[in-house]
Design a protein around this ligand. Structure first.
Ligand code: COA
Length: 330
């Protein structure tokens, strides 16, 4: 197996989730649902929910501080802060600017990028491009969400799925160690926008109008999203493997977007990756959108579930539709 020499290396990771745990049994008291239905259809047992005084930028900042510590770097070492989020603190300024201020990252440019649940793969791909081009040496890439604020807590078909949290990675210019980002892949299909969306506060439906028309929350056509998700994730896995002359057997660990255990299982069946290689934490955190992959990546590094020398494949999909994959030599 001969892999491309990476130009971008992973220097550190960290994640932060709110303290409050909302279990399936708690949800039974809120909507007409039950623990068995949720576990069988999604694999979720519990999720974290932010208290009303917690902001997305605060979750992101806490995750970033842990990643900086892990990388043994200071805030002033960061050249660029990129945040994937659909639940930023405000329409503008960007959540990245709030994080820049909270960290004291005085040398960093800062911006948000919107690719829904694929947000972290998108920001990491942009980080890789900035580093390859020489425009940045150290990039802080974050996925962070407080989805509980845009979920309709009366809609049992969506409110059981989502959770809050943030994950951060520090990407830096690689030496010739062979470790780092081997390849990335990104795609989109805007014909599928209406399958999964939230209109509140956009220019199509300014907030007041969105509330009057009751379109301010996450809307989803579950079964269609499910099918598209399996198709997109499988395509992203198979494409990046083929581009790099690899097969599923060469991958040590697959970290898929933690939306639903059945989507993950269907994806590994279609791509012929051993299901024992799949990292899963959806049972504890639910779907945290852009935060899902970086939380899983940070947690897996911290627990030793992934380690130096392993070839790790990240794959995600989300509203838009957006999807992608990232091949990482640890
Ligand atoms: N508890 C109990 N019953 C529920 C329920 C809940 N939380 N939510 C829906 N139901 C009911 C439905 O009303 C329906 O009842 P009916 O047969 O009497 O009409 C029944 O369960 C089946 O609903 P359906 O939507 O067909 O279920 P499903 O097997 O498709 O599972 C999802 C629903 C949402 C779990 C599934 O479609 C899914 O995971 N989709 C992808 C979602 C996702 O990952 N989104 C994020 C992408 S980033």
């Amino acid at each position: 197996m001969s892999l491309k020499m990476p130009e971008t290396v992973l220097l550190g990771t960290g994640y932060e989730v709110p303290e409050k745990i909302l279990t399936n049994h708690d949800l039974e008291k809120m909507v007409d649902t039950n623990d068995q239905w949720i576990q069988e259809r999604t694999g979720i047992k519990e999720r974290r929910i932010a208290s009303s005084d917690l902001t997305t930028s605060e979750l992101c900042t806490r995750a970033a501080r842990k990643a900086l510590q892990d990388a043994n770097l200071q805030p002033e070492d960061i050249d660029l802060i990129l945040i994937g989020t659909v639940t930023g603190d405000a329409l503008f300024p960007s959540t990245a600017c709030y994080v820049q201020e909270k960290l004291g990252a005085c040398n960093a440019a800062a911006m948000d990028l919107q690719a829904a649940c694929a947000g972290f793969l998108y920001v990491s791909t942009v980080a890789d491009a900035f580093i390859i081009s020489g425009k940045a040496k150290v990039v802080l890439a974050i996925g962070g969400e407080i989805l509980s604020r845009i979920v309709d807590w009366n809609d049992r078909s969506t409110c059981v799925l989502f959770g809050d949290g943030a994950g951060a990675a520090i990407w830096g210019a690689a030496n010739d160690s062979g470790k780092g980002i081997i390849d990335t892949y990104m795609k989109s299909d805007g014909r599928l926008t209406e399958l999964l969306c939230s209109y509140g506060g956009g220019t199509n439906y300014p907030m007041q109008e969105a509330i009057e028309k009751n379109v301010q929350f996450i809307q989803m056509q579950g079964q269609e999203v499910f099918k598209s998700a399996v198709r997109a994730m499988s395509e992203a896995v198979l494409t990046i493997l083929k581009k790099n002359d690899l097969t599923g057997d060469d991958i040590d660990v697959l970290i898929p977007h933690q939306a639903n255990i059945r989507i993950m299982n269907a994806t590994v069946r279609k791509t012929k990756i051993d299901e024992n290689k799949v990292y899963v934490n959806v049972d504890r955190f639910g779907n945290t959108s852009a935060a899902s992959i970086p939380i899983a990546l940070a947690e897996a590094r911290q627990s030793g579930a992934i380690k130096a020398g392993q070839l790790v494949l990240l794959v995600s999909f989300g509203g838009g539709f957006t999807w992608g994959s990232l091949l990482l030599q640890l």
